[in-house]
Every structure is written in C-alpha cells, then in structure tokens.
Design a protein around this ligand. Structure first.
Ligand SMILES: NC(=O)c1ccc[n+]([C@@H]2O[C@H](COP(=O)([O-])OP(=O)(O)OC[C@H]3O[C@@H](n4cnc5c(N)ncnc54)[C@H](O)[C@@H]3O)[C@@H](O)[C@H]2O)c1
Length: 252
C-alpha cells in the first residue's frame, strides 16, 4: 500500500509514539484520525498539524466508544483501510510482595490487572473487529492493521498484566493474518524496546537510567525510529502476521 492511499485510525494517537505516527503519516499524504481519551492532546495535535490530523475522543476499552469512532472516521475519510492499535497503559506491580519489616504479603490488585487488560488487549480486539467488519462489509480492498506490542511480551518482571496483554497481541496478529487475508487485510506487530515517550516518565529517574544501560545501543529509541517500522509494514504488501523486533538489541 502506498502511504498516500491510507485512511488510517491511530489509537492513542495524541501523545508519544501515536502522536509521531499520526503526524508523520499525515505529512506523507495519508488521511489520519487520531483516537484518544486525552482531549487536550487531541486539540493540540489538530493544531500542530494544521487540521491534517482529525481528533476523535475514544476509549478503546469501551465497545460503544469504538463503534462510534469507526463510524465517525469512515464518514470523515470516506473509508478506513488502515489501523494502528497503539493505545496502551502500564500499571506495574509484582504478583506478590513480602514487606521486609512486617512480613506482610501484598499482591497485584485485580484493578491493575483489569485496567491493563482492558486497554492493551480488549482495546485492540474491539478496534480490530470493527476494522475487519468495515473492510469486509464495504469491500475496502487492500487494508492493513498494525499492533504495537512490546519487548515485555517475553515476560518482564513486575509486568504480569502488561506482558500478558502484549504477548496476546502478537498471537492475535498472527491468527488474524490467517483469518483476514481473504478480505484483503494484512496484519503486523512491532515489539519496541524502551522508546522515549511520556509513558516512561512514570518510572523514577534512576530506574530509567538503569533501563537505558540495559539496551546494547545504550539509549532509548526515538519514536521516529518506530515510525520507520510502521511505514515498512504498510508499504510492504508481502508482509503479514509477523512481529518486528525493534529493541536496540535488548534482551528480556
Ligand atoms: N514507550 C515505550 O518504551 C514503549 C515500549 C514498547 C511498547 N510501547 C507501547 O507503545 C504504545 C504507545 O505508548 P507510548 O510510549 O507512546 O505511551 P504514551 O503514554 O505517550 O501514549 C499512550 C496514548 O494512549 C492513550 N490512551 C491511554 N488509554 C487509552 C484508552 N483507553 N483509549 C484511547 N487512548 C488511550 C493516552 O492518552 C496516550 O495518548 C503503547 O501500547 C505502549 O504499551 C511503549
């Protein structure tokens, strides 16, 4: 697919990597809808792109909100043939933790588990289902969906919820390539290592510095480096069902 032919929805498209994807795709000639819960950031990206990026408020974990997003996007762009499942959150914690002084055992709450599963796994499921339905119903023709996974999909300490969601996302990428190719839909996943975005600011400074030392290249990725992987998947019509690892050589 050529980028100029894309009519694409970017979830979590108002901040971090999603913001970069939205702006770069719009600059390359794609029609772009950025979907996000952060309405201030949506207003900002619309301004920053001179209206080229159209912002739609959407909670990807909510079925009705996703259905409405696709309706609005379809009307705005005249079709939808691209999707980037990018919205994601972290709510880290060990499965169990023993307090050194009291010996008391705390655990990863059901709330933290569910929040991450809802946004990072149910969200992509709902968006992919709507995307595929629309593509099949309107015979959209070549279409492509990209899922943003993570190096943590291999199982990262303190991220039971996040690792499970990101591993599930890669599994769905593979099986959707098999289920959806008959409708002209390709899929792809990207598993980045640490990328320089606001999500990492939730980590203490010291932990962030330690994390960058774990990357053989000695630094975090720039969101634009992840965009080059997005561009590759959209443009290469023989790519489907696979996960690109973009982690500076880091191993978990
Ligand atoms: N930054 C990293 O190091 C890194 C590494 C690997 C994978 N990732 C993944 O990349 C994706 C983008 O992360 P980022 O680093 O740009 O983070 P970010 O926090 O900067 O951006 C995430 C965006 O998702 C939006 N969002 C959150 N919940 C939402 C919901 N329910 N519905 C719609 N939008 C929602 C946020 O408002 C925000 O704009 C995430 O899926 C993340 O897990 C990030």
């Amino acid at each position: 697919m050529r980028i100029e032919e894309l009519k694409v929805i970017v979830t979590g498209g108002a901040s971090g990597m999603g913001r970069t994807f939205s702006l770069e795709l719009a600059a390359a000639g794609a029609q772009v809808v950025a979907a996000d819960v952060n309405t201030d950031a949506l207003t900002e990206i619309t301004k920053a792109s001179d209206g080229a990026v159209f912002g739609v408020e959407c909670n990807v974990a909510d079925e009705a909100s996703v259905a409405s997003l696709f309706e609005v996007a379809y009307k705005h762009m005249g079709s939808v043939n691209g999707l980037i499942n990018n919205a994601g959150i972290i709510r880290d914690g060990l499965l169990i933790k023993k307090d050194r002084d009291t010996g008391e055992i705390s655990n990863l709450s059901m709330k933290k588990w569910q929040q991450v599963i809802d946004v990072n796994l149910t969200g992509p499921f709902l968006c992919a289902r709507e995307f595929a339905t629309m593509a099949a119903r309107h015979e959209v023709g070549p279409a492509c969906m990209i899922n943003i996974s993570s190096i943590s999909r291999k199982g990262n300490v303190g991220q039971t919820n996040y690792s499970a969601a990101k591993a599930g996302l890669v599994a769905m990428t593979k099986l959707w390539s098999q289920e959806l190719s008959r409708y002209g839909i390709r899929t792809g996943a990207i598993a980045p290592g640490p990328v320089d975005t606001p999500i990492l600011l939730q980590m203490p400074e010291k932990a962030r510095a330690g994390l960058s030392r774990m990357v053989p290249l000695g630094r975090f990725a720039d969101p634009k480096e992840v965009y080059t992987a997005v561009k590759f998947i959209f443009e290469n019509d023989f790519f489907t069902g696979r996960c690109l690892e973009l982690d500076g050589g880091m191993n978990i």
